[in-house]
Ligand binder design. Sequence first.
Ligand code: ATP
Ligand code: MG
Length: 424
Amino acid sequence: MSKKIQAIRGMRDILPEQTSLWQQVEAVARELLNGYGYREIRMPIVEKTELFCRSIGEVTDIVEKEMYLFDDRNGDSLALRPEGTAGCVRAAIEQGLLHNQVQRLWYVGPMFRHERPQKGRYRQFHQIGVESFGLAGPDIDAELIMLTARLWKKLGLADRMELQLNSLGTSEERIVYREQLVNWLEARKEQLDEDSLRRLGSNPLRILDSKNPEMQSLIEEAPLLSDFLGEESSSSFRKLTEMLDAVGIPYRLNPRLVRGLDYYCNTVFEWVTTELGAQGTVCAGGRYDGLVEQLGGKPTSAIGFALGLERLISLLENGENELGQTQMDGYLICVGDKAQEKGIILAEKLRDALPDLKILLHCGGGSFKSQFKKADKSGAQFAMILAEEEVENSQIGLKPLREKGEQKSVSFSELVEFFKNKSL
Ligand code: ATP
Ligand code: MG
């Protein structure tokens, strides 16, 4: 036997027993987003490397060390997308979606980051992303948060998520704050870890986001950005919290919440659960008013978020939820050559008559006993049986598999009626 080839580290197969939950989560999200007037956009998975350097920022974890880069055959440097916002903004500018128009967009798909794989952290993972363009907020900020809250409710997760909120203010306000923060950190330089020392000169706000516990206790004492916000930023943020109060969405103000990407301003938020250890952030987003211009478009208000599907699914798998495997209605047993020939035709005719009926057709022959075992194991509600006798009499055997009941013989039209009345 030749040597087996394995998947790339951190890139997982999502197996058939899991995809059913994935499909249901995606379907709930799709319906919800469509119901709020958001429309799907599908972007390429590969973009020019420059797009991410210019948008996410040169001095961020993603651009410094997490991107999958390769040279195209003509020498262009390309990247597997580490997130969706940059590509979405690129597409919106390039396709003229932003000329005096409001856009509410969403997408779903794989993202790639070369991180250390662990639970809730993979090198290929999936996000649902939502972006809105042309609206300055805070009403749209509230809408985005409300629709995520509704998604948790629909998935039965509402009481397992905490909303954290902060405002990063305008870039002018951040410049003043940044100076104060750097002065404060310079005075405590000997307490900074290696990462933070490196960031001090390049991206000091990111130090606030450090996951190192020692750094976190130092940061507790650092000056707060909220003390540097002007009247406009503060009042816009206050209005957002009032709207959330009005619809009863609880939140925690977290003055140290900064996001790992450079393009954010004003409102930022995260939905966090305590159940997934250090990988507790399920959904994160914020306002990025400067990004469209930075990527060559006209100044455009924008806000968005991304939701990590692996973390969401793992939360659903942790708890009791009603989402689960697709339930088959019937398993068609065919014993003997003639029955097999008839069976495949019968299954197609049934699907024609009842397009929503879920039927598993037994393929590959075998004894009645072995087929019946498979029918039972499949989880189907009913066994339909075609053996020599049924074929001769143009009948089908029907037997419940999940409750007590005798096998009975029915005609094709009786079978159709039967399943119809089961209100499929
Ligand atoms: P973290 O702080 O956990 O590294 P992040 O700030 O890098 O997250 P974002 O870029 O904001 O994450 O991505 C939004 C969401 O996508 C995260 O909240 C998370 O749910 C998910 N996500 C990010 N990176 C990964 C990954 N490597 N594997 C699985 N999910 C991820
Ligand atoms: Mg990260």
